[in-house]
Design a binder for this molecule. Structure first.
Ligand code: FPP
Length: 238
């Protein structure tokens, strides 16, 4: 079974669960169920993201990745894109700084070249300021797994490589230097990967729940963690 239990907190993970990733799905449906615009769901989803980030850190997770905006999300209505970008900008200005106090190392993963220079500078500044912190939080933004692999290969070509190894690709993807996710949680009921962490997820355990992201709670993390520890990871062996 997983980790130690004590009175103050329910679970503590160990080295088998260093990295957890979330596909934070269901914000739009959560809002629509309440007769509210989809943007309302994203705003509540942002609060859930902060709560779950704090909790993962508390139970001993070392790396957390969230899918905040995919390369396909640009197909959404402009108003919704604007809300998500505004939310990101607010987080860059404010919440990620609060997290700094909380020992969070912030890293933006994805093709950042589409963002205005001013935004990219702010992202780079936060990354630099937090780089020594022990809990890594990857914000996947304008992220696509295929784009990431192609980007890594092009980088290796530019470096003059004529043939490449798995290690080369691992060292050239956006999460280079980090352990692959052990557990990937998707909320919102759909059972698919949606181009998330394609390279890194080769041996990840998946946990799918119908719970919509804004309703996702610390107890839901406990359930996902318990499920993770009940599985036997064989990595292709027996
Ligand atoms: C998917 O739900 C969610 C997103 C595309 C955005 C996720 C962003 C947040 C939770 C805000 C957190 C912000 C930062 C900066 C980390 P959906 O809109 O596809 O929901 P639906 O499937 O119900 O339509």
């Amino acid at each position: 079974m997983f980790g130690k239990k004590n009175k103050k907190q329910e679970v503590q993970v160990d080295d088998r669960l260093r990295h957890i990733a979330f596909i934070m799905d269901g914000n739009g449906r959560w809002a629509q169920k309440r007769g509210m615009p989809r943007e309302f769901g994203h705003s509540h989803g942002g609060d859930t993201f902060k709560k779950i980030g704090r909790y993962c850190q508390k139970i001993g997770i070392k790396y957390m990745t969230v899918y905040a905006f995919s390369t396909e999300n640009w197909k959404r209505p402009q108003k919704e894109i604007d809300t998500l970008m505004k939310l990101l900008d607010d987080y860059i200005e404010d919440a990620f700084r609060e997290m700094y106090e909380d020992n969070v190392r912030v890293k933006f993963v994805g093709n950042l070249s589409v963002f205005p220079e001013s935004v990219r500078e702010k992202m780079a500044k936060i990354e630099k300021e937090t780089e020594q912190k022990p809990f890594t939080l990857n914000i996947a933004i304008n992220y696509g797994g295929r784009e990431e692999i192609v980007h890594a290969c092009n980088k290796l070509i530019k470096e003059g490589k004529e043939s490449i190894t798995e290690e080369d690709v691992s060292a050239s993807i956006y999460t280079a230097g980090q352990p692959d996710p052990d557990l990937i949680v998707r909320t919102g009921g759909d059972i698919r990967t949606s181009n998330f962490l394609l390279w890194q997820s080769a041996y990840a355990e998946y946990y799918f729940t119908k719970t919509l992201w804004p309703d996702f709670s610390e107890r839901d993390v406990d359930a996902a963690v318990a499920e993770f520890y009940s599985r036997k990871r064989r990595y292709g062996g027996v």
